[in-house]
Design a protein around this ligand. Structure first.
Ligand SMILES: NC(=O)C1=CN([C@@H]2O[C@H](COP(=O)(O)OP(=O)(O)OC[C@H]3O[C@@H](n4cnc5c(N)ncnc54)[C@H](O)[C@@H]3O)[C@@H](O)[C@H]2O)C=CC1
Ligand SMILES: O=C(O)[C@H]1O[C@H](OP(=O)(O)OP(=O)(O)OC[C@H]2O[C@@H](n3ccc(=O)[nH]c3=O)[C@H](O)[C@@H]2O)[C@H](O)[C@@H](O)[C@@H]1O
Length: 443
């Protein structure tokens, strides 16, 4: 078992640190955010991620998991240092490497023994070489540091599960010895290890995210065509997915991909290609389709309610996907802003992300304590996130609306059941349940 330091305790760093301690390593997680570190030292996870809190407490108790704000302390005795700080999007779409470069300098200033540095952060091709140079140029002690790439593929909302059940662990290294040590560290996870060169490993990460984003934009385009031809995109995706070459995953049509990675990584890959004078036309199309798709619900709503002024609109789900409190690049940012600008009274509900939402969404947004309270008296309900709590709601909850008009961006409900319950229902790429069925009904 190894002594490991993990720099950065966001979704990736904290999950990595906790998982590595769970399989027996001694791990110190380092973050510059004092508040966060204080909470983690007390066993409290700063993020919502199923299974994380329990695993964290268990390993703190077993004295295998520690937290600090002091790099020097964390690096003491560390044989391996993981870099897991953010690489957010710059205004031009390229990746901001300032945090990664700062960590490289912190490592150079503080390591006291030969060390392997493992980059988990998603970084443009060539960045690990740059990290290696920064460290070599700034080393305070006469020690050897070997930098390797080990991109992360976990999904938020199932991050702990993914760490123990991933499809592959990619290791990019110039040193066979370093690659072997990283493989050995990860052995207890039982996940296949794919070893390659550093640049290929860096590219595997961007190419994988870009490919998944492409699948989503592709099915969203198909869904838009299905709507115009009265076909059902769910059936189309199921039929396509039975072909093993296509696969049945990531073919859910909706209101576009959000989150902290697909939007930023697709744009970064366009930049990476552009830097070597390559125009990545396909990926530019994927990004454009995604932006268009985020406007779909408002378009559908305006077809039904052209004037939203004074209308009460319920928004169900704010996070960019279920089982996370992450609001980064969530479709709700665009949708709630447009509703408020159009003069609507917007009442939102999300089971987990409301605290984070309050920090970034328009102050005029109102928050409800549940689906029932959100839809109560509303003129329309928009579904933005497919939380179980939303999907499994008793449909008679929509009787509480001023008029039961549901516009579903995540295809949460069965068309048949909505018809039976006489709810006007519009979803993505599937036939609508029209208002005609309601004309005779008075409530
Ligand atoms: N969020 C996700 O699901 C995934 C993210 N990634 C990649 O992993 C990287 C990290 O992403 P997240 O965990 O979402 O980031 P995050 O933004 O949630 O967390 C980054 C953390 O690093 C800390 N930090 C910044 N500079 C520091 C320094 N010099 N020393 C110590 N701590 C420092 C920040 O305070 C913050 O807590 C990114 O490159 C991202 O693209 C990869 C796969 C999945
Ligand atoms: O690099 C990253 O950060 C991560 O990005 C994604 O993970 P994540 O963003 O957590 O979540 P996903 O489940 O991939 O969903 C991303 C977005 O795509 C949307 N999506 C997903 C699947 C689908 O079929 N349709 C669809 O619209 C989701 O609603 C969500 O807004 C990848 O799935 C991870 O492998 C990767 O490690």
């Amino acid at each position: 078992m190894r002594t490991i330091a993990v720099v950065g305790t966001g979704y990736v760093g904290l999950v990595t640190g906790v998982s590595l301690s769970e399989i027996g390593h001694t791990v110190t997680c380092i973050d510059i955010d004092e508040e966060k570190v204080k909470r983690m030292q007390q066993g409290e996870s700063p993020i919502y991620e199923p299974g994380l809190s329990d695993m964290m407490s268990k390993n703190i108790e077993k004295k295998r998991l520690f937290f600090t704000t002091v790099h020097e302390e964390g690096f003491k005795n560390a044989e391996v240092i993981y870099i897991a700080v953010g690489t957010p999007e710059r205004e031009d779409g390229s990746a901001n490497l300032a945090f990664v470069e700062q960590v490289a300098k912190d490592i150079a200033a503080n390591v006291t023994q030969d060390t392997i540095v493992v980059t988990k952060s998603t970084v443009p091709v060539g960045t690990n070489d740059r990290i290696q140079s920064i460290i070599n140029e700034n080393l305070a002690k006469n020690v050897k540091v070997e930098v390797a790439s080990n991109p992360e593929f976990l999904k938020e909302g199932s991050a702990i599960y993914d760490s123990f059940n991933g499809d592959r662990i990619v290791v990019g290294s110039n040193s066979e010895e370093a690659a072997n040590i990283i493989e050995e560290i990860n052995k207890p996870f039982g996940v296949p290890v794919f070893k390659t060169g550093i640049k290929s490993a860096e590219m595997i990460k961007y190419a994988s995210n870009a490919f998944l984003a492409t699948k989503i934009s592709f099915i969203n385009e198909i869904s838009n065509i299905c709507e115009r031809l009265d076909a059902n995109v769910e059936d189309v995706a199921n039929g396509m997915g039975m072909d093993k070459r296509i696969g049945d995953k990531f073919l859910n049509a909706g209101i576009g991909y959000g989150g902290s990675c697909f939007p930023k990584d697709t744009k970064a890959l366009i930049q990476i290609a552009g830097n070597v004078k390559y125009d990545f036309e396909l990926l530019k199309g994927v990004v454009k389709v995604n932006q268009k798709q985020q406007g779909l619900l408002i378009e559908k709503l305006k077809e039904r309610l052209p004037d939203l002024k004074g209308k009460r609109i319920a928004v169900l789900g704010l996070a960019f996907k279920p089982n996370t409190d992450d609001m980064r690049e969530a479709a709700s940012l665009v949708v709630t802003e447009e509703l408020i600008n159009a003069g609507a009274d917007v009442v939102a509900y999300d089971p987990i992300a409301m605290e984070n939402a309050k920090k970034i969404l328009n102050d005029e947004l109102q928050y409800a304590n549940g689906v029932e309270e959100a839809v109560n008296g509303s003129d329309a309900a928009l579904v933005l996130t497919e939380w179980d709590e939303v999907k499994n709601v008793e449909l008679d909850v929509f009787d509480r609306m001023a008029y039961p008009l549901v516009i579903d961006g995540r295809n949460c409900f069965s068309i048949e059941e909505m018809k039976e319950n006489r709810i006007e229902y519009h979803s993505v790429g599937r036939p609508s349940v029209s208002s005609d069925s309601r004309q005779a009904i008075t409530r």
